[in-house]
Design a protein around this ligand. Structure first.
Ligand code: XCC
Ligand code: SF4
Length: 632
């Protein structure tokens, strides 16, 4: 185990000491076993796209081999590797969205998959120009809309429907630069084709095709994932929850749900609420059933039900190490393949549920839209029956938890803003006008979307928290999703009291609007909520979003999904700051394209900065320059 301070919150230390005592291996042991990471891979110059390879070209230009066997140089290899990350990330978010839409297509009034936000169903149906969107029978409309959404994945012609949410100025740039995304599957497929051996070699072309694919995530898959989840499970509203490992309850049957897709989580919540299950838990000696969440599915559950957040990405092993989890239930994405083995050190059952993410080692219960509630009931029953197998001597739950506020969807934010629309701000009810007003007035200097994962290249949560605390101190409001949001929750930044950490302007806004300075907007597909919010602001001002003082930040990202996200955020005109350097430095040309040249044609660029304090300085300069340019 590494002896450096691993974790910003103190929970890890005790956890890792316990892991060692229990003989459990963790990511830290495996990280140490990796020793120094491969310099070629780190620079992005290793290619294994064809079987003549693997070829690696010099990560330092001018030294060693400059071309692979086929003649691909560092620019091509880096660009192809990067593009493939975008394709994989886009496919993950979008395939998740497809499952949600399938569930809507299965929906019926008697449930369990049913329309819970009918207003949103009708709103989106109208937005997509379905005739009689306000009068059609609910389920006829839901099924029609679901079919239309499924066509967004494979339609032969046209671009993504949600693009129209952007101001005209931005849509014009997308058309001019040919990055308006077409069908999602087409973008992913065509990018995989382009990066096949002997296909695209021009790094700029690859970058542009990658950006268009990323755009099909943000304005396609992710946005569909968010909006259709809201239709099925309800649009999130502000509510209280609690976070960190201390939410695991020694006296209850603890079920950890980890992954991404709300379909599974919602069904498990429903199943666990049934009186028979609760009775069964009591009969086994437990006080009840405690569902806790992790990663994005944790965000989905907390913002719709207030389900407690056990932790973020890094804490998946720590949860099991508490010895108090009866079942870890997973669907897709961000699940360590190490978990089933770790679970065996304890009594914990590890249950994977998706064909797309079958993880061998313990148990597989396939979840489908047709049998969802039955599958969930089987899972809950298994967990309950496992309670008596718990070894009390191995139970140690860190006594750390933090109250938190979650659930700030765009709709909820607008509702809060409405509360302050008064004589000074007479028009603007039901809009983001009060928000743009305080930004334009300079009361707050700008807004930042802080998102993404954990990565051992950064101290756990330290970069997230440092960036957020420094920004709110400087009157920049933060909106957060994913594991960044959970870092904020654990650090107490998602509370009304956190306004004490703000500059004067943001303090006053928080007080008047009655919101935390850091707003939990959901899971990573919900970055589409942030996109929507920014575009509503830009639309109100009738400007390109690229002109607004807003930034995107991923201080500790690690996943391919994050690369897809960064591409659509930059593609949407928002400068994006990455605290972990992507594997592209082996091509100075490609690096320059990302960090400088793209600005000329898209109006935004990437910034790589590992030091969170330096990053915040750069961000403030960026925001202030935008303000000057806007004359505000
Ligand atoms: Fe995964 Fe979405 Fe990253 Fe967290 S933030 S580690 S992708 S759970 Ni999306
Ligand atoms: Fe080597 Fe070219 Fe094949 Fe890549 S595509 S492995 S560089 S020969």
């Amino acid at each position: 185990m590494s002896n450096e301070v691993l974790n910003y919150d103190k929970v890890a230390e005790a956890s890792l000491v316990k892991a060692q005592r229990d003989g459990a291996e963790t990511m830290w042991d495996r990280r140490a076993a990796q020793k120094t990471q491969c310099g070629f891979g780190e620079a992005g110059v290793c290619c294994r796209i064809c079987a003549m390879g693997p070829c690696r070209v010099s990560p330092v230009p001018g030294k060693g081999a400059e071309r692979g066997i086929c003649g691909a140089n560092a620019d091509t290899i880096v660009a192809r590797n990067f593009a493939r990350m975008v394709a994989a990330g886009t496919s993950a978010h979008s395939d998740h969205a497809r499952d949600i839409v399938h569930a809507l297509h299965h929906s019926k009034a008697e449930g369990p998959f049913k329309v819970r936000d009918e207003a949103k169903l009708r709103r989106i149906a109208a937005e997509w120009e379905i005739a009689d969107a306000d009068t059609k029978e609910t389920y006829a409309l839901a099924h029609e809309l679901a079919l239309m959404a499924l066509e967004e994945f494979g339609k032969p012609f046209g671009t993504q429907r949600f693009l129209k949410r952007a101001p005209q100025a931005r849509q014009d740039i997308w058309a001019r630069e040919d990055i308006a995304p077409r069908a999602i599957d087409q973008e992913v497929t065509t990018l995989m084709h382009s990066t096949h051996m002997g296909c695209a070699a021009d790094y700029e072309s690859l970058f542009r095709r990658g950006m268009r694919t990323g755009m099909s995530d943000g304005w396609g898959g992710s946005m569909i994932g968010t909006e259709f989840s809201d239709i099925l499970y309800g649009t999130p509203t502000a509510r209280a929850s609690s976070s960190n490992l201390g939410v695991i309850d020694a006296e209850m049957v603890n079920i950890l749900i980890h992954g991404h897709d709300p379909n599974l989580a919602e069904m498990v919540i429903l199943a666990a609420q049934s009186p028979e299950m609760v009775e069964m838990a009591k009969a086994k000696g437990a006080k009840g059933i405690n569902i806790v969440g992790m990663c994005c599915t944790g965000n989905e559950m907390t913002m719709r039900h207030g389900i407690k957040i056990a932790g973020n990405f890094y804490q998946q092993e720590m949860c099991i190490i508490t010895g108090a989890i009866e079942a870890v239930v997973v669907d897709v994405q961000c699940i360590f393949p190490a978990l089933p083995e770790l679970a065996k050190t304890y009594h914990t059952r590890f249950i994977s549920t998706s064909q797309k993410a079958k993880i061998a080692g313990d148990m597989y219960i396939e979840f489908s839209e047709a049998t969802g509630l039955d599958n969930a009931a089987e899972i809950v029953k298994l967990a309950v029956e496992n309670f008596p197998n718990r070894d009390a001597a191995k139970v140690e739950i860190p006594d750390i938890k933090q109250d938190t506020m979650v659930g700030y969807s765009v709709e909820t934010i607008i509702q809060h803003l409405d509360a302050v629309v008064n004589s000074q701000l007479e028009d603007g009810l039901g809009t983001v006008k009060p928000l743009t007003d305080v930004i334009y007035a300079g009361v707050i200097r700008g807004a930042a979307g802080v998102v993404g994962c954990n990565n051992p290249k950064q101290q756990h949560d330290y970069a997230h928290i440092t960036v957020m605390e420094e920004l709110i101190k400087r009157d920049v409001i933060c909106v957060v999703t994913g594991c960044a949001a959970q870092a904020a929750a654990k650090a107490g930044l998602l509370t009304l009291e956190a306004k004490e950490k703000c500059g004067r302007g943001l303090f006053e806004v928080c007080e008047r609007v009655n919101i935390p300075p850091v707003l939990h907007m959901g899971s990573c597909v919900d970055i589409s909520r942030i996109l929507h919010l920014v575009n509503l602001c830009a639309d109100l001002k009738e400007i390109d979003p690229a002109l607004l003082p807003v930034v995107g930040i991923a201080p500790e990202w690690m996943s391919e999904k994050a690369v897809a996200i960064a591409n659509y955020v930059v593609g949407s005109g928002i400068n994006t700051y990455l605290g972990v350097i992507p594997q592209v430095l082996g091509s100075p040309n490609f690096t320059k394209l990302m960090t400088e040249d793209v600005q000329e044609f898209i109006g935004a660029h990437f910034v790589f900065e590992k030091d969170p304090i330096v990053m915040v300085d750069k961000i403030m300069e960026d925001l202030e320059a935008k303000r000057v340019a806007l004359g505000i």
